[in-house]
Design a protein around this ligand. Sequence first.
Ligand code: SF4
Length: 261
Amino acid sequence: MSQSTMSSLPGAAGAGNAIALYARPSANFAAKLERSKQLLREAEATYSPLTQASSLGVEDMVITELIHQTGIQTRIFVLETGQLHAETVALLDTLQKHYGREVDVYRPVAADADAFVAKNGAEAMYQSLALRKECCDIRKTRPLALALAGKKGWLTGLRREQSNARAEVSEVEQQPERAKINPIVDWTWGDVWHFVQQHNIPTNPLHDQFMPSIGCAPCTRAIAVGEDFRAGRWWWEDSSKECGLHVDGGKAKVIPIKESA
Ligand code: SF4
């Protein structure tokens, strides 16, 4: 079984309760949690101005809770691609009310998105990898560049367990213009849901429908027993299941990890 396989998933049919199904902390969870908070404080001290990239997935909701608990100064942004599930859009509003803060929302240039659909159709992403990547470029990569402009660091909820493509992710990666900080990189799926349960963190109800990784509606499906966490993303492709936001072909330089105090 691969490192990223969700062996505990009961299957894609029907709905479950993600907390009841998955909340199983690691034996060393308390130490992991302290390390995550330490990383956030170090990020604030070293890489401000910071921003958090939130997909509104459960890992990113955990990062937002950790930001709230540590009190570090950072913006939070969401890429509203225009193709998100209604449940995801609703969670954006819930998050802002829950934490009493405003989230920065970045959208694609409407003329670019409209022109792409007019030329290639609303389901162009299924036709070829090139068209899918062009859609991701318009709706995600270009808005991401705007969201990151002027920032020295960005916070993500990447975990090594999520996929083979993410198995080598480090706590801190130096990219050409800024650092990417991944505070829960070694958390398990059970750790994530344990923390959600402990702190009553709002989550996307689609996670209860066996969607561990939630992106745009046309490009996300539920997964079945034995499938990887990200198997439901661009499921018709034989690709790395990435849109270019997080896996850059190894261009990032890894910063040596400091030992925990
Ligand atoms: S995930 Fe799908 S709908 Fe969203 S930007 Fe990429 S190709 Fe387009």
